[in-house]
Ligand binder design. Structure first.
Ligand code: G4P
Length: 526
């Protein structure tokens, strides 16, 4: 328990959202409150603006900018908040999924006009896999959006989680009057573009008070009283334990661009969000309070600029204290490594750090020693678990265009997939290589990098597969299945058997014909 003080001071989280919901804007407001930046506009959106597939170098350039903002650390009310950024572009969604394994909770931003969008559902699935606590921020209340009660229903239904409003809007759009905080029983009037201070909060424990009649017109007063009565009647009182168990998501309403409702959100986050938690590992649970250090790599960023061919591995500290220049055990390589220039990320500036504690993220310079999921310890052999691999959406065969460069191609594709750029599958009992990606962009990145970095020319042939299914079940049943389906069977990088289904119809048929076998769309790296 040597580091209990450090641990209790830290909260690490990510803001997730469908692109355009307001993640960048909210991030910026948080940093302003945390004093980490002084002016609005200082946070560069890592949103990738170009959508054409031929422009991936531009996208990579923009991604390069986002390295500096990958982790933003700021202090708010004596809490050290680590905010991990996630890429917005769909083609890099896997990066986001992995980042979610490195945080202890998330804030989910929803656009009140659009409601729950496609990427939000996927992101929430990942949160639910690990029971990550979620706070929901319904943004853009200055616009005419969906009716709040309908939104709550939509959240419960599509995100498959119970919700509990902790603040409640009085109208929306041009008629937006403000929010009533159901948790602290107070009211804040909507004032665009103002940094809220404690003076703006009006305590309002009793809604029958004359303040409501004086402040609102008859319709709004009746609506507020009616809504709150309904909420208190329908929803149980907020239970923090349920939130921490990932079963209940508190909901806030506001407008990030107007800095409205953001302080409420941040204050509540600091009050209720979890401090760094224990982590599952392959042989045991790692207690966050253990004195010995452990951590794992959840993201690797390679620089595509040929003049700066460095990679940064992002390591989340899980227990103990990480120290600069100290030797740690690299479990997969079974060797001891040390780092003379580990980085911490204080709002867009990279600083060399001497030590880091559970919940922190450090950036380690890497020359190819790391792959996603690697664990560093003080001698013990285990891997931190929970990093997911999802079925890709697109499958292409990797074809070598230059037989003289076979070795380079093999090395290149191994290293790139170690970085998590894409997934590599190898034909079961053969040597054909199949690359699985979420978006077309990733194929272009691979082709470009194989040529530039490894001198290997390749081409991709599209394959008619729709999903990769990791097979689990009784050994004899699986062996029988793969004998009959050999042309659809591949192995992932860890040798796990995977069935590639041509269509949903084929998959359903196989499921019906093989009831003892599970066809999983997800696998864990360890
Ligand atoms: P993202 O990172 O989730 O992709 O979203 P981002 O914060 O970039 O916000 C997307 C757009 O929504 C931005 O407008 C932003 O100004 C706007 N926005 C954010 N919060 C609110 C809000 O509370 N109300 C309203 N009405 N708009 C909001 P943009 O025109 O795309 O970019 P910009 O030129 O304004 O930066």
């Amino acid at each position: 328990m040597k580091y209990a003080n450090e641990i209790s001071k830290r909260k690490s989280f990510a803001i997730i959202a469908h692109p355009d919901a307001g993640k960048t804007t909210l991030t910026e407001k948080f940093l302003l409150f945390g004093g980490a930046i002084q002016t609005a506009g200082a946070v560069k959106s890592n949103k990738i603006k170009k959508h054409t597939t031929s422009d991936f170098m531009e996208i990579e350039r923009q991604r390069g900018i986002s390295v500096a903002t990958s982790v933003m650390t700021f202090e708010y009310r004596d809490i050290l908040v680590n905010l991990l950024d996630t890429p917005g572009h769909k083609d890099f969604a896997e990066d986001t999924y992995r980042t979610l394994t490195a945080v202890d909770s998330v804030v989910l931003v929803i656009d009140c006009v659009k409601g729950v969008e496609e990427q939000t559902e996927r992101l929430m699935e990942v949160c639910r896999m690990r029971d990550t606590p979620v706070i929901i921020f319904v943004n853009k209340m200055d616009r005419d959006g969906k009716y709040p009660f309908d939104l709550l229903d939509e959240l419960e239904e599509k995100l498959n989680i119970r919700v509990r409003p902790l603040s409640w809007p009085i109208n929306m759009g041009s008629d937006f009057k403000g929010v009533y905080n159901l948790y602290h029983k107070s009211f804040v009037a909507f004032q665009p573009n103002k940094k809220a201070t404690d003076d703006d909060i009006v305590p309002l424990s009793d809604l029958s008070s004359s303040f409501v009649d004086e402040h609102f017109n008859t319709k709004d007063a009746a609506q507020l009283r009616g809504d709150v009565e309904l909420i208190e009647g329908v929803y149980d009182t907020f239970n923090r334990e349920d939130y921490l168990a990932g079963k209940l998501a508190p909901v806030f309403f506001g407008s990030a661009v107007n800095n409205f409702g953001v302080k409420d959100l941040l204050d509540t986050f600091v009050d209720i969000a979890p401090t760094p938690r224990n982590r599952e590992a392959t042989s045991r649970e790692v207690d966050v309070n253990e004195d010995k250090f452990s951590g794992f790599v959840f993201k690797i960023h390679a620089n595509l600029d040929p003049r700066h061919r460095d990679r940064i591995a992002f390591l989340r500290v899980c227990s103990g204290k990480f120290e600069r220049n100290k030797f740690y055990h690299h479990v997969r390589l079974d060797k001891d490594v040390r780092f003379s220039n580990p980085y911490s990320f204080l709002a867009r500036e990279k600083n060399v750090v001497d030590d880091a504690f559970p919940g922190d993220v450090v950036g380690l310079f890497d020359t190819g020693n790391f792959k996603i999921g690697d664990t560093l310890t003080e001698g013990e052999n285990f891997y931190i678990t929970g990093i997911p691999s999802f079925s890709p959406e697109l499958f292409k065969e990797l074809v070598n265009k230059d037989p003289m460069k076979t070795k380079q191609l093999e090395k290149g594709i191994r290293q790139l997939t170690d970085e998590g750029v894409a997934q590599l599958f190898t034909q079961h009992g053969g040597n054909r290589k199949i690359i699985g990606c979420v978006g077309e962009l990733q194929f272009e990145v691979i082709q470009y990098r194989l040529l530039q970095e490894y001198g290997a020319a390749c081409q991709f042939n599209t394959l008619p597969f729709y999903k990769a299914c990791w097979l689990t079940g009784p050994k004899d049943k699986i062996e029988e299945f793969i004998r009959f389906k050999s042309s659809n069977i591949v192995e992932d990088k860890d040798g796990h058997l995977v069935y590639l289904a041509q269509s949903e119809w084929y998959l359903n048929t196989e499921r019906t014909n093989n009831p003892d076998i599970q066809f999983n769309f997800t696998s864990e790296i360890h």
